[in-house]
Design a protein around this ligand. Structure first.
Ligand code: ZN
Length: 314
């Protein structure tokens, strides 16, 4: 049974063909600007990997997708509102189409063939420029009343914290993302606790970014590793909130920050164990890295057709 998944990103559309949980085809094209061009690109890349012969085509998109497959709002796709992706692609491709949020798709991909396999209650957290999330409850994706569930990056951690593009202040992703890491490092540099990080940034604290920290930490720089410990505490703070709300068996952490490996995951686990109340009276919650990398969203989109319920005629 072949299905196709497309991950619509801010810069590229990545498509895979999936058979029996194995990727058997892949293609990618740049993401164009404009609604018609977006439809053209999605149809083109889906067709290139066999979309018109597939059982169905799934699409993961970076924004709020309602249950009818309309992309309501996408902050990283300028000018895109109320885009009827499912209806338009079904008419163009002649096969069933499912559309979901990209992080929700990535969670399902990791659940079906990646690091979350075997877990029925698991939360994927993508730690990149911002924070995305996908929640699996009782072996099924949790979509919420409208399809908008999983926007975990906008849990407010500090109401007096820095402003967020969503309109709130102090959202989790202001602290625990790549941008949050940059701010922690700038603070450390200003206090004279980041000599190697500052050198990598050319000596200017304002030019310090998250990648300077991960590079220095990988070199063995103790000050950079201490900044990752600080970041680990902010990540763990959000994970504890999620653990209290959802009682998962595991968290799967994906996104660019996880490339720091155990230098970050170790501090996250330590801080999480210290922050979780009644931690000694409950089974441990695994915190593991994602394994599908940039393919998670496309594989998950293709996997939206894994259940009979999902492929039922509409
Ligand atoms: Zn926010």
């Amino acid at each position: 049974m072949r299905t196709v998944g497309v991950d619509l990103g801010g810069t590229k559309c990545l498509a895979v063909a999936l058979e029996g949980g194995t990727v058997v085809g892949e293609d990618r094209i740049p993401t164009p600007v404009g609604e018609v061009a977006l439809f053209d690109a999605l149809a083109e890349v889906a067709t290139a990997v066999g979309g018109t012969e597939a059982l169905g085509v799934g699409v993961g998109v970076p924004g709020l997708v309602d249950r009818t497959g309309v992309l309501r709002f996408a902050p990283n796709l300028p000018g895109v509102f109320d885009l009827p992706i499912r209806a338009e692609l079904e008419s163009r491709l002649g096969v069933p189409v499912r559309v979901d949020n990209d992080a929700t798709c990535a969670a399902w991909g990791e659940r079906q063939v990646g690091a979350a396999r075997g877990y029925d209650d698991v939360i994927l957290v993508t730690l990149g420029t911002g924070i995305g999330g996908g929640i699996v409850v009782g072996g099924a994706l949790m979509r919420g009343a409208n399809g908008f569930a999983g926007e975990i990056g906008h849990m407010v951690i500090d109401p007096e914290g820095p402003p967020c593009p969503c309109g709130q202040r102090g959202c989790w992703e202001r602290f625990a993302s790549g941008g949050g890491l940059g701010r922690l490092a700038q603070h450390a540099a200003a206090e004279g606790r980041a000599a190697r990080i500052l050198a990598l940034a050319g000596g200017d604290p304002a030019q310090v970014h998250g990648e300077h920290v991960t590079i220095a930490a990988a070199e063995g720089d103790a000050e950079a590793q201490a900044v990752l410990v600080e970041l680990g505490r902010w990540i763990a703070l959000g994970l504890v909130n999620l653990a209290n709300a959802f009682d998962p068996e595991a968290f799967v952490l994906g996104g660019g920050l996880v490339e720091a490996g155990e230098l970050l995951l170790g501090p996250v686990r330590t801080a999480f164990a210290g922050l979780l109340s009644s931690g000694s009276h409950r089974p441990p919650i695994a915190i593991v890295p994602a394994t599908l990398g940039e393919h998670a969203g496309a594989i998950g989109a293709a996997s939206l057709f894994d259940t009979v319920r999902e492929i039922a005629p509409t």
